[in-house]
Design a protein around this ligand. Structure first.
Ligand code: NAD
Length: 244
């Protein structure tokens, strides 16, 4: 096997076939809301209840969702490569828990998680599966200052040091279901490409930065990714998109 360390970046598209709507970059709407209203610190300061309701609804909805063949294919890829001494690191922009439900590991939630809340008073975050609002008390400092533990636009993504290490180490980069417009994640491909690493894109249609990728596998990730993983684990090489 010539590839030993794979870095996978996933976006909302990988969860679309599980019934979780993607963020619509074209009109800036996310589940019928303006991004400025539900995914910025300013939006939360303006109307905290609207923002709590938005993430409470999503948390409840995501509880009923299951991983699809694309999530499961990544779990298989991880197990297959690890059995040969390699690694697969999954960096996800998603706030759902479908990679976890698919029993993948080495998952980095760079934009936070729906199943976590963050205290604005003491800075502690912790696992949370219920609704949250302005009266929810922090279990550490007991202030009523909780917010969704989501990295909003204008905030710094989590775990950037670990992500940088994974980018340095990888010898193959794969981006799945991400539009290539949200930075810094959209810049990972350019960095890997400059270092001469093969960069593969899996998307319904070419993404905003499609030209930087070595190869594009177009179609639903639930179809293309299982076929890719089966070929890759059998042959140890990257198939031509037409071969899938
Ligand atoms: P995006 O919504 O901007 O783009 C989704 C991409 O996935 C598009 O390029 C689309 O063509 C592609 N796509 C849609 N269905 C697909 C499929 N079946 N197979 C392959 N590709 C498919 O997503 P983004 O780039 O991740 O950026 C949006 C931001 O919004 C992220 O930061 C994320 O935190 C957040 N978000 C998360 C979720 C989630 O957790 N599931 C859902 C919506 C938005």
């Amino acid at each position: 096997m010539s590839y030993q360390h794979i870095l996978v970046l996933t976006g909302a598209g990988i969860s679309a076939e599980s019934g979780i709507p993607v963020f619509r970059a074209e009109d800036g709407l996310w589940e019928q809301h303006r991004v400025e209203d539900v995914a910025t610190p300013e939006g939360f300061a303006r109307n905290p209840q609207l923002v709590h309701d938005f993430y409470n609804n999503m948390r409840r909805s995501v509880k009923t969702k299951e991983p699809n063949p694309a999530h499961l294919a990544l779990t298989k890829l991880q197990a297959g490569l690890e059995a040969r001494g390699g690694t697969v690191t999954i960096v996800t922009q998603n706030i759902d828990d479908l990679h976890d439900k698919a029993h993948s590991h080495d998952i980095i939630h760079m934009h936070g998680a729906l199943n976590s809340i963050l205290c604005q008073h003491c800075g502690q975050s912790y696992e949370w599966h219920e609704d949250c609002d302005g009266t929810t008390e922090c279990k550490f400092c007991h202030h009523q200052a909780m917010r969704p533990d989501i990295v909003w636009f204008g905030e710094i993504p989590y775990h950037m040091d670990a992500i940088e290490r994974a980018i340095e180490r990888c010898d193959l980069f794969m981006a799945i279901g991400t539009s290539g417009v949200v930075y810094p994640a959209a810049g990972f491909v350019s960095y890997c490409s400059r270092q001469g690493k093969p960069c593969l894109e899996f998307n319904l249609a070419p993404s905003a930065n499609s030209g930087v990728f070595t190869q594009s596998f177009l179609g639903k990730a639930g179809t293309t990714l299982p076929a890719f993983v089966a070929y890759f684990l059998e042959h140890g090489t990257i198939p031509e998109p037409a071969a899938l």
